[in-house]
Design a protein around this ligand. Structure first.
Ligand SMILES: Nc1ncnc2c1ncn2[C@@H]1O[C@H](COP(=O)(O)OP(=O)(O)OP(=O)(O)O)[C@@H](O)[C@H]1O
Length: 575
């Protein structure tokens, strides 16, 4: 109940801040609508009293009330809808900006992602709350005014008319509690169902599933998760229905009581007729109030998640890219994932200076990505330190630390915006000069296929734009890192989707331009390691070997030679 009141208050505050004009218009119209039932009672009583003498004034008044009732209701509804549209836009853009302020370590927490998704759903229902709140307030005004005019005819009836609000309010309070408990469960099932649905409807995974002929299995997962959500919703709706029925029965009894009190109270014929008409209008107002209140109650838990989420997001901070880093070290770093039996990193130390290219190699699951995540601060290490130019990175803010790095991850983004926008994302600056974008494209060996395109060329066929290959997408991702030009480049399998010729060119370019930065590469291809100043071989979370390409191949029983044994051409060449 308190949550619903808080939600209603916050929604009115938002409307006053972001759409004050429409809030004022909607409030006035709903207030005018709210006084009509009481005006009806007064005019009706006057009309019946004066029917034989001078009924014209009351008749004109009553005709005017009936005449404006319908259009007033319609215009009030349109005003609340226009208010809702403006608020929805505001809520959605506020959420987008909040999501943009999330740090990588926050995004790594599943509960943050769940809240982000629930907040997105919330924006679809929150916009309706100010209009519904005005309707509830209007119904309260209607009840109080009806109480006043019916009270003048029969005080007990007047009281009972207002008392009839109580079961509705109590009933919806109970429902509110049930929904607050149920919605988080529904959201969790919905999230899984939405994820599975995306795999079917998005072009790339959808096509992969269609080729495999396995889409049906994913559809079954969607159905199962939606089924679980429906079960929870179904239980909630069943209980709500029973509560609503009980509240409606109590309301009917109170109204019946008001009518009986009128009859037994000996009101005049005109007074009784007018009060009966008034109490029946009152019943309609309370029904509207119940529905509007129900909408607020349903929106309250979701709105609460939205507001809590927005409040939890740190304020915007502009990232400053650090270009010239002298040295970076991991010093005796150990880390165990929560719940894991074995550490993913055991006493790992590595070091690189400006101008050096180093590589991390190892079999799948050896700990390379974990070491990189420890380096950039995506996970808090259990022991050891990360030093950037001699400063313990743990003492830096997350934004400050990230400013030292440019990172190309294995699952790089394929941002289907314009070419200029997609590459421009490499820099946090709002405006990126076109020539910088072009230079970055050349450095990433993406010049040949983008030279004929304008930077305003839309990428992605689903938008009617240019379709490009997987390897070309990877070059655009690399172009972002070139554009960023941070002091430390981390390239996790940077050429995994790229053909051998372009791969050679990319590694040649990386080697030529290495002087001003530190380059850290994760690679499974032996020949790409030849240019490295040092290679760290990681196995089961430990650095088990380190040295140049030739030094490592010179130890036939070493782990490096074991891992790259199949790539013997390189081994021979190395010798
Ligand atoms: N989020 C996680 N929670 C628990 N364990 C994890 C998590 N991420 C990775 N691991 C485990 O930590 C170990 C190291 O994983 P890591 O991803 O660092 O390997 P990798 O060397 O990068 O492998 P690949 O070459 O396949 O990318 C593995 O045993 C892996 O299963």
């Amino acid at each position: 109940m308190l949550d619903s009141l808080g939600t209603a208050r916050a929604a009115l505050r938002d409307a006053a801040r972001h759409t004050p004009g429409w809030l004022a218009i909607a409030s006035l119209l709903l207030l005018a609508q709210a006084v009509l039932p009481a005006a009806q009672v007064v005019l009706l009583e006057g009309l019946i009293d004066d029917i034989g003498t001078d009924p014209w004034l009351a008749l004109a008044g009553l005709t005017a009330v009936v005449g404006v009732m319908y259009p007033l209701g319609q215009v009030a509804l349109s005003s609340t809808q226009r208010m809702a549209l403006r608020l929805r836009l505001r809520y959605r853009s506020d959420l987008a900006y909040a999501a943009a302020r999330l740090t990588p370590s926050m995004l790594a927490r599943p509960e943050v992602v769940t809240d982000l998704e629930a907040s997105q759903t919330a924006t679809a229902v929150m916009d309706d709350v100010p209009g519904r709140t005005l309707q509830v307030l209007g119904a309260a005004v209607t009840s109080v005014m009806l109480c006043a005019v019916v009270w003048a005819i029969n005080p007990i009836s007047g009281l009972l008319v207002v008392a009839a609000l109580v079961p509705t309010v109590l009933g919806f309070t109970v429902i509110s509690q049930m929904e607050a408990d149920g919605w988080p469960k529904v959201a969790a099932f919905d999230r899984r169902a939405s994820y599975a649905t995306e795999q079917l409807v998005q072009q790339r995974p959808g096509t992969e599933l269609a080729v495999l002929g396995s889409g049906r299995k994913v559809a079954a997962l969607v159905a199962a998760h939606r089924g679980d959500a429906t079960q929870v919703l179904d239980r909630m709706v069943r209980k709500a229905m029973l509560v609503e029925l009980a509240a409606a029965l109590a309301t009917a009894l109170l109204f019946g009581g008001a009518l009986v009190a009128l009859v037994l109270g000996g009101a005049s014929g005109a007074g009784a007729a007018a009060a009966v008409a008034g109490t029946i209008s009152g019943l309609n107002a309370i029904r509207t109030c119940g529905y509007a209140f129900g909408t607020i109650i349903t929106a309250a838990p979701q709105a609460l998640i939205y507001r809590r989420f927005l409040a939890s997001v740190p304020p915007a901070s502009t990232q400053t890219v650090r270009h010239g880093v002298g040295e970076v070290c991991l010093e005796n770093v150990s880390f165990t994932y929560p719940g894991a039996a074995e550490p993913a990193l055991r006493d790992v130390s590595l070091r690189a200076e400006r101008g050096e290219m180093i590589a991390l190699v190892g079999v799948n699951g050896a700990g390379k990505t974990t070491a990189i995540n420890a380096l950039i601060g995506l996970l808090g290490v259990d022991a050891g330190r990360v030093l950037i130019d001699g400063v313990d990175a743990a003492t830096m803010s997350e934004g400050e630390r990230l400013g030292h790095f440019g990172m190309l991850v294995q699952e790089f983004g394929k941002f289907e915006f314009t070419l200029g926008e997609s590459v421009g994302l490499g820099s946090p600056a709002d405006v990126v000069p076109d020539e910088d974008v072009r230079a970055a494209l050349e450095s990433a060996e993406a010049g040949a296929f983008t030279r004929g395109l304008g930077l305003d060329e839309q990428l992605g066929q689903q938008w009617g734009g240019r379709g490009i290959s997987g390897g070309q997408w990877q070059r655009l991702a690399l172009a972002r890192i070139c554009l960023r030009d941070a002091g430390i480049w981390i390239l996790d399998e940077p050429t995994s989707a790229i053909d051998a010729e372009a791969e050679r060119e990319i590694f040649g370019e990386l080697s030529r331009t290495r002087a001003g930065r530190i380059t850290i590469v994760v690679s499974h291809r032996a020949w790409t390691l030849r240019e490295m100043d040092r290679i760290y071989v990681i196995d089961e979370g430990r650095v088990v070997q380190k040295g140049s390409y030739a030094e490592l191949f010179a130890v036939p029983e070493g782990r490096f030679a074991e891992i790259f044994d199949g790539q013997s051409t390189e081994r021979d060449e190395a010798r």
